[in-house]
Ligand binder design. Structure first.
Ligand code: RB5
Length: 149
Protein backbone atom coordinates (compact mmCIF):
# COMPACT_ATOMS: atom_id res chain seq x y z
CA UNK A 1 0.00 0.00 0.00
CA UNK A 2 1.15 3.50 -0.98
CA UNK A 3 2.58 5.43 2.03
CA UNK A 4 0.23 8.35 1.49
CA UNK A 5 -2.59 9.24 3.87
CA UNK A 6 -5.22 11.92 4.44
CA UNK A 7 -6.04 13.28 7.89
CA UNK A 8 -8.74 15.62 9.21
CA UNK A 9 -10.08 16.71 12.59
CA UNK A 10 -12.28 19.26 14.28
CA UNK A 11 -11.01 21.38 17.20
CA UNK A 12 -11.43 18.49 19.66
CA UNK A 13 -9.01 16.39 17.62
CA UNK A 14 -6.68 19.20 16.56
CA UNK A 15 -3.84 18.60 19.05
CA UNK A 16 -3.82 14.85 18.50
CA UNK A 17 -3.94 15.40 14.72
CA UNK A 18 -0.87 17.65 14.91
CA UNK A 19 0.94 15.00 16.93
CA UNK A 20 -0.04 12.28 14.43
CA UNK A 21 1.04 14.35 11.42
CA UNK A 22 4.53 14.45 12.98
CA UNK A 23 4.44 10.74 13.83
CA UNK A 24 3.30 9.72 10.34
CA UNK A 25 5.86 11.97 8.66
CA UNK A 26 8.61 10.32 10.73
CA UNK A 27 7.28 6.93 9.55
CA UNK A 28 7.75 7.99 5.92
CA UNK A 29 4.12 8.81 5.10
CA UNK A 30 3.18 11.63 2.77
CA UNK A 31 0.38 13.24 4.80
CA UNK A 32 -2.38 15.35 3.23
CA UNK A 33 -3.76 17.46 6.08
CA UNK A 34 -7.35 18.63 5.51
CA UNK A 35 -7.42 20.70 8.73
CA UNK A 36 -8.56 22.07 11.06
CA UNK A 37 -5.57 24.30 11.60
CA UNK A 38 -6.18 25.64 15.11
CA UNK A 39 -7.94 24.72 18.37
CA UNK A 40 -10.76 27.20 17.59
CA UNK A 41 -14.24 25.68 17.56
CA UNK A 42 -15.30 24.41 14.11
CA UNK A 43 -17.91 22.03 12.64
CA UNK A 44 -16.64 18.50 11.96
CA UNK A 45 -18.57 17.98 8.66
CA UNK A 46 -16.54 20.81 7.08
CA UNK A 47 -13.44 18.63 7.54
CA UNK A 48 -14.98 15.19 7.12
CA UNK A 49 -16.34 15.79 3.60
CA UNK A 50 -13.04 16.89 1.97
CA UNK A 51 -11.24 13.89 3.52
CA UNK A 52 -13.98 11.52 2.32
CA UNK A 53 -13.77 12.98 -1.19
CA UNK A 54 -9.98 12.53 -1.25
CA UNK A 55 -10.32 8.85 -0.34
CA UNK A 56 -13.24 8.26 -2.73
CA UNK A 57 -11.36 9.86 -5.64
CA UNK A 58 -8.19 7.87 -4.93
CA UNK A 59 -6.13 10.97 -4.10
CA UNK A 60 -5.18 9.06 -0.94
CA UNK A 61 -5.74 5.33 -0.35
CA UNK A 62 -6.63 5.69 3.34
CA UNK A 63 -7.64 8.36 5.84
CA UNK A 64 -7.59 9.21 9.53
CA UNK A 65 -10.31 11.36 11.13
CA UNK A 66 -10.54 12.70 14.67
CA UNK A 67 -13.17 14.45 16.74
CA UNK A 68 -14.04 14.36 20.44
CA UNK A 69 -15.97 11.08 20.46
CA UNK A 70 -15.25 10.06 16.87
CA UNK A 71 -19.00 9.77 16.33
CA UNK A 72 -19.65 13.01 14.42
CA UNK A 73 -16.82 12.21 12.02
CA UNK A 74 -18.01 8.60 11.61
CA UNK A 75 -21.61 9.57 10.87
CA UNK A 76 -20.56 12.18 8.31
CA UNK A 77 -17.89 10.11 6.56
CA UNK A 78 -20.21 7.12 6.21
CA UNK A 79 -22.72 9.22 4.23
CA UNK A 80 -20.26 8.84 1.33
CA UNK A 81 -20.96 5.69 -0.72
CA UNK A 82 -17.28 4.91 -1.20
CA UNK A 83 -16.34 5.29 2.45
CA UNK A 84 -16.22 2.70 5.21
CA UNK A 85 -15.17 4.69 8.28
CA UNK A 86 -14.48 2.65 11.41
CA UNK A 87 -14.35 4.11 14.91
CA UNK A 88 -11.46 2.52 16.84
CA UNK A 89 -10.52 3.04 20.49
CA UNK A 90 -8.24 0.03 21.04
CA UNK A 91 -5.55 -1.57 18.83
CA UNK A 92 -7.70 -4.71 18.56
CA UNK A 93 -10.56 -2.69 17.08
CA UNK A 94 -8.05 -0.84 14.87
CA UNK A 95 -7.01 -4.19 13.37
CA UNK A 96 -10.58 -5.54 13.11
CA UNK A 97 -11.97 -2.56 11.19
CA UNK A 98 -9.41 -3.43 8.51
CA UNK A 99 -9.65 -7.25 8.68
CA UNK A 100 -13.46 -7.45 8.77
CA UNK A 101 -14.79 -4.11 7.48
CA UNK A 102 -12.02 -3.09 5.07
CA UNK A 103 -12.35 0.39 6.58
CA UNK A 104 -10.72 2.98 4.37
CA UNK A 105 -10.86 5.64 7.10
CA UNK A 106 -9.98 5.02 10.75
CA UNK A 107 -11.73 7.36 13.17
CA UNK A 108 -10.20 8.18 16.57
CA UNK A 109 -12.09 9.51 19.64
CA UNK A 110 -9.49 12.14 20.55
CA UNK A 111 -11.01 13.10 23.93
CA UNK A 112 -10.99 9.49 25.15
CA UNK A 113 -7.57 8.14 24.15
CA UNK A 114 -3.95 9.23 24.68
CA UNK A 115 -1.46 10.01 21.92
CA UNK A 116 0.32 6.72 22.68
CA UNK A 117 -2.98 4.83 22.34
CA UNK A 118 -3.68 6.61 19.04
CA UNK A 119 -0.29 5.46 17.69
CA UNK A 120 -0.93 1.88 18.83
CA UNK A 121 -4.35 1.92 17.12
CA UNK A 122 -2.89 3.28 13.88
CA UNK A 123 -0.03 0.76 13.89
CA UNK A 124 -2.56 -2.08 14.33
CA UNK A 125 -4.77 -0.64 11.57
CA UNK A 126 -1.86 -0.26 9.12
CA UNK A 127 -0.45 -3.73 9.69
CA UNK A 128 -3.79 -5.57 9.40
CA UNK A 129 -5.09 -6.94 6.08
CA UNK A 130 -8.66 -7.35 4.84
CA UNK A 131 -9.70 -11.01 5.07
CA UNK A 132 -12.25 -10.94 2.22
CA UNK A 133 -14.55 -14.01 1.94
CA UNK A 134 -17.64 -13.71 4.14
CA UNK A 135 -16.58 -10.18 5.08
CA UNK A 136 -16.63 -9.11 1.42
CA UNK A 137 -20.13 -10.62 1.08
CA UNK A 138 -21.29 -8.52 4.04
CA UNK A 139 -19.68 -5.36 2.68
CA UNK A 140 -21.42 -5.95 -0.65
CA UNK A 141 -24.75 -5.80 1.23
CA UNK A 142 -24.08 -2.41 2.88
CA UNK A 143 -25.51 -0.07 0.18
CA UNK A 144 -29.20 0.69 0.76
CA UNK A 145 -31.09 -1.59 -1.66
CA UNK A 146 -32.93 0.14 -4.51
CA UNK A 147 -36.72 0.04 -3.97
CA UNK A 148 -38.77 -1.94 -6.54
CA UNK A 149 -41.27 0.41 -8.29
C1 RB5 B 1 -17.06 18.94 19.84
O1 RB5 B 1 -17.34 19.50 21.06
C2 RB5 B 1 -17.61 17.52 19.76
O2 RB5 B 1 -19.00 17.54 19.80
C3 RB5 B 1 -17.11 16.84 18.51
O3 RB5 B 1 -15.72 16.84 18.52
C4 RB5 B 1 -17.50 15.39 18.32
O4 RB5 B 1 -17.28 14.65 19.49
C5 RB5 B 1 -18.84 15.16 17.76
O5 RB5 B 1 -19.25 14.02 17.49
Amino acid sequence: MEKKIGIASDHAGYEMKEFLVGYLGAQGYEVLDFGTDSPESVDYPDYAHPLAEAVESGQVPLGIALCGTGVGMSITLNKHQGIRAGLAWTPEIGALIRRHNNANIVVLPARFITNDEAVAILDAYFSAEFEGGRHQRRIDKIPVPKQEQ
